[in-house]
Design a protein around this ligand. Structure first.
Ligand SMILES: *Cc1c(COP(=O)(O)O)cnc(C)c1O
Length: 434
C-alpha cells in the first residue's frame, strides 16, 4: 500500500478543487434567478404574496397545516419558544451538542437551560437523559435533528406528553429527514428551522416555523408578524387570522418587539428550490451511501446514519459526520487520524462537531437583563448550570466524531478517491503511532 501522505507518501486525492461542482450548494439555476428578479422588478421584497405561496407549498411538502416564513432560523425558533409559553423562571431542556441558535433565545425570555447529553450513535439528544431533568418549571424540550439525523422521537414524545411539556424541533439541519417514515418537523408540537445559505434547504437569510397547532401558529404571528395580526395593513387586509381574543387585542403590534418577516427574494427562491429539493437530496443520499458502502469493512470508522431498514433517513445530509472508534485503531486519537486524512487531500476531515454549549460562558455568566447576576439563574428557582464532566458523551465529541465531505452528486470516481483516503489512513493507523 502507498505510504501515508503525512509521512511523505503521495496523496490519495488528487485535487478536490477540480471538482467544485461536486460541493457547490445550493444549486442555483436560471429559474431561481428569474424568480428573484421578478421580486426586484415588482419591488415587492417586503410583501407577503409570494411568501404565502411558499408557506402553503412548504407546509404541503412537510405535511403540516401551518407554515410561517421568517427572516432567519434563529427568529423562527425564538417565536416558537414564546408560542410554547416559555417565560421568566421557566426551564427548557436542550441537547448541549448544537449550534447556539437552537437555544440561546431562551435566556432572552428569562428562562434557564438544562442541557441534556447526546446519544453517541445518533449525536442527537439522548432520550434517557431527559426525564430526570424535568422540574416544576420545565416548559419545553428542544430537540435538534443533528447533522440531518432524526432524533428518537417516540420516547421523547412519550415523556413530554406524560409531563405535559411541549416539544420544539429544530429542523435546521434536517429538512426532508424521515423518522420511521415520518417527516421531521411534524413529530413534535412545533418546529423552527434555518434556511440560510449554508444549510441543507438554502435560500439566503430565511427560516420557517411549521406546526399543526393553530394556536401556536397564531402566537408566532403575534410575536413577530404584526402585518398579519388582523390590524389594517397594506400587505394583509384580508388575513385576519388571529381568533384568540386575548391575542387579537394587540393586533398591529408585534409583541416580541421583533419583526420576523421573510424577504420575498428568499421566498421566491424557496419556491423554486422546493420544486427540486426532493430529487436533489435523493442524489445526496445516494452519494453519501456510496461513500459509506465503500468503507464498510474498514475498522475504526462508521457512518453517522440510522439503520438502513428503519425508515429513517438523513435528509439533505447537512454537516456529514463519521463516528470514530479509537479502540479499533490501536488507540490512535481522532485528531491524529483526521490530520492524516487531511494530508491525503480531504479538507473536510476535522474532529468533532459543534462546541458543547453547556460549558459556554453565555449559560453561566451572561447578564442579559442588567440585574447584576447571570440570567440563567436570575429568575429561576434552582441553579441548573453544569460544569465540565457533567455531559460525558457531548464532552468527548472530538474523540467520537469527524467530518466527511458533503457530496452533492453521485460522482463515482470522486467518491472512490475520497473514500480511499479514509481507508488508507485507517488501514495504516499503526504507522502513525510509531
Ligand atoms: C443555523 C442554525 C440555526 C440558526 O438559523 P439561522 O438561519 O442562521 O438564524 C439554528 N439551529 C441550528 C441547529 C442551526 O444549525
Amino acid at each position: 500500500m502507498n505510504k501515508l501522505a503525512i509521512l511523505g507518501g503521495s496523496k490519495a486525492v488528487v485535487e478536490d478543487s477540480q471538482h467544485e461542482e461536486m460541493f457547490c450548494w445550493p444549486i442555483v439555476t436560471e429559474e431561481d434567478e428569474q424568480a428573484v428578479l421578478e421580486v426586484l422588478r415588482a419591488r415587492s421584497m417586503s410583501g407577503l404574496d409570494i411568501t404565502k405561496k411558499f408557506e402553503t407549498e412548504f407546509a404541503e411538502w412537510v405535511g403540516v397545516k401551518h407554515a410561517l416564513g421568517h427572516c432567519n432560523g434563529t427568529a423562527s425558533l425564538k417565536g416558537a419558544m414564546w408560542a410554547c409559553g416559555v417565560g421568566a423562571g421557566d426551564e427548557v431542556i436542550c441537547p448541549s451538542m448544537t449550534y447556539w441558535a437552537s437555544i440561546v433565545q431562551a435566556l432572552s425570555f428569562g428562562a434557564s437551560v438544562n442541557f441534556a447529553d447526546i446519544d453517541p450513535d445518533t449525536l442527537c439528544i439522548d432520550p434517557n437523559d431527559i426525564e430526570h431533568r424535568i422540574g416544576p418549571k420545565t416548559k419545553l424540550i428542544v430537540v435538534v435533528h443533528y447533522a440531518g439525523h432524526p432524533c428518537d422521537m417516540d420516547p421523547i414524545m412519550e415523556i413530554a406528553r406524560r409531563h405535559n411539556i411541549k416539544v420544539l424541533e429544530d429542523v435546521s439541519h434536517a429538512q426532508g429527514s424521515l423518522y420511521k417514515g415520518r417527516m421531521t418537523g411534524t413529530l413534535g408540537d412545533i418546529a423552527g428551522m434555518s434556511m440560510m445559505t449554508g444549510k441543507s434547504f438554502a435560500i439566503g437569510e430565511a427560516g420557517m416555523m411549521v406546526t399543526n397547532d393553530r394556536l401556536l401558529y397564531e402566537r408566532c404571528i403575534v410575536y413577530g408578524h404584526y402585518a398579519r395580526t388582523g390590524a389594517p395593513s397594506n400587505y394583509n387586509p384580508v388575513d385576519k387570522q388571529v381568533h384568540d381574543e386575548t391575542l387579537s387585542r394587540f393586533a398591529g403590534v408585534a409583541l416580541g418587539g421583533a419583526k420576523h418577516r421573510m424577504n420575498q427574494t428568499c421566498a421566491a427562491m424557496g419556491r423554486v428550490q422546493l420544486k427540486y429539493y426532493p430529487e436533489r437530496i435523493a442524489e445526496i443520499q445516494k452519494a453519501m451511501s456510496r461513500f459509506w458502502n465503500l468503507l464498510e469493512d474498514v475498522p475504526g470508522i462508521r457512518p453517522h446514519r440510522p439503520p438502513l431498514d428503519s425508515g429513517s433517513t438523513m435528509g439533505g445530509g447537512y454537516f456529514p459526520r463519521g463516528l470514530y472508534c479509537a479502540e479499533e485503531l490501536g488507540g490512535l486519537s481522532c485528531e491524529k487520524f483526521c490530520e492524516a486524512v487531511r494530508a491525503e487531500g480531504v479538507t473536510a476531515c476535522n474532529p468533532g462537531a459543534n462546541a458543547p454549549l453547556h460549558l459556554h460562558p453565555a449559560f453561566h455568566e451572561a447578564d442579559l437583563f442588567n440585574q447584576g447576576q447571570p440570567t440563567v439563574i436570575a429568575f429561576g428557582q434552582r441553579d441548573v448550570r453544569q460544569g465540565p464532566g457533567s455531559l460525558p458523551v457531548t464532552e468527548r465529541i472530538n474523540e467520537i466524531a469527524f467530518g466527511v465531505p458533503w457530496f452533492k452528486h453521485d460522482d463515482l470516481e470522486m467518491i472512490e478517491q475520497i473514500a480511499s483516503a479514509y481507508r488508507k489512513v485507517a488501514l495504516q493507523a499503526e504507522a502513525l503511532q510509531l
